[in-house]
Design a protein around this ligand. Structure first.
Ligand code: SAM
Length: 360
């Protein structure tokens, strides 16, 4: 069944900052046959860490698997929302333990892959094409008011990074694309060739944390006067002329991160998504967010702190005030990070941080 919702018309003549907010969305629900649950032989436990066995068609290694299970407590009768389905690893763990899962991803390929992988769970698993920023609409369209848990495992999957044609990687030359949702309008190529120098510098500095953002932006503007910048390789070369390579990190890492976050409106989606999650959780329901860089983690940390303080206080106030936003309990104020065994098995987990909150 395919339900389409296109709330914003995409106009080719809109400026790019407006197009960043324009997106086509459709909801696609799976129609798999009912299957059995049961433990998955592909998942094994090593040194206290759950690891997915390498499959021939490797898609993505789920991070912090045991820690996510501990937080979400998936059991029969629970209904969970996975806002970042990806390869379906986390969802699979929930389904195997008897929970029902509604999962979305903005990437059609992820949805197709995970849809096939989790087909055996039949009606217990409902995959939806969409952005988690629309989780309220997605759930309402399915007639669901509240869920017992919401998981957001942010960023891109290994599959997206590894496919040159998706244009996320400076390691493999490909078209400068970086869209997680191939139906959305604005690509990294559009931003790199059309934004003015100051806007480019802002993206590299604020979203990528690149200290030489102005130099990179100036080099891009100069290069694009000669010819359009249309591949990841071209962009990586331009950046390498401005930022010398030190250590093992590619000098283009932060520039690519900033562009990817801008293309996919990642910070806006995260901010709006976690806000909406508060109204969609039952009392006792769990919000679990896995971040991969400090910008995301800071946003989540501040959000959770603001909603978990019963009172607010400021030095200039005569006494503390009741916090009208208070609705969460934090089992731990600290982020949960991978243990050594997981880092050895999956180096891509190195910057993962899990934050958990319980609805009051
Ligand atoms: C890190 S992967 C998730 C991996 C997944 N938890 C697993 O175990 O395989 C992130 C996925 O979330 C998707 N994604 C990122 N931001 C999204 C958003 N705002 N809405 C929907 N999907 C998103 C990406 O397309 C990608 O497939």
């Amino acid at each position: 069944m395919i339900i389409s919702i296109k709330p914003w018309l995409e106009k080719a003549d809109q400026p790019h900052h407006a197009l960043l907010h324009s997106q086509s969305r459709e909801i696609l629900t799976g129609s798999a046959e009912k299957g059995s649950g049961g433990e998955n032989p592909k998942i094994k436990k090593q040194g206290g860490v759950i690891q997915m066995a390498q499959k021939q068609d490797f898609y993505h290694e789920s991070v912090l698997a045991q820690q996510v299970l501990d937080a979400m407590q998936p059991v029969r009768g629970k209904q969970l929302f996975d806002g970042t389905l990806g390869g379906g690893g986390h969802s699979e763990m929930f389904l195997e333990r008897g929970a029902h899962v509604i999962a979305c991803d903005q990437d059609s390929e992820a949805l197709e892959y995970a849809g096939r992988r989790l087909e055996r769970f039949g009606d217990c698993f409902l995959p939806v094409k969409g952005n988690f920023v629309d989780m309220d609409l997605i759930l309402r369209n399915l007639g669901i008011d509240l869920v017992d848990g919401i998981l957001l495992d942010l960023g891109v999957s290994s599959r997206q990074l590894d496919q040159a044609e998706r244009g996320f990687s400076f390691r493999k030359d490909g078209p400068l694309d970086m869209r997680m949702d191939s139906d959305s309008v604005v690509t990294a190529k559009d931003l790199v060739n059309d934004l003015d120098e100051a806007e480019l510098a802002r993206i590299f500095f604020e979203l990528g944390g690149e200290r030489r953002s102005r130099g990179v932006a100036a080099a891009i503007v100069k290069a694009r006067k000669e010819c359009e910048i249309s591949t990841t390789g071209q962009l990586a070369k331009i950046v390498a002329k401005v930022i010398p390579k030190t250590g093992s990190k590619n000098p283009a890492t932060k520039v690519f991160q900033g562009l990817r976050i801008a293309v996919n409106r990642e910070m806006e989606c995260l901010e709006s998504g976690i806000k909406k999650s508060l109204d969609l959780l039952v009392v006792g329901g769990v919000l679990a967010v896995i971040t991969f860089h400090s910008l995301e983690d800071r946003l989540v940390k501040r959000f959770l702190r603001r909603h978990s303080a019963p009172f607010l206080d400021r030095p200039e106030w005569p006494e503390p005030k009741v916090n009208a936003d208070y609705c969460l309990r934090l089992p731990s104020r600290k982020a949960i990070t991978p243990v050594r065994e997981e880092l050895q098995a999956n180096p891509r987990a190195r910057s993962a941080k899990l934050r958990v909150a319980v609805k009051l």
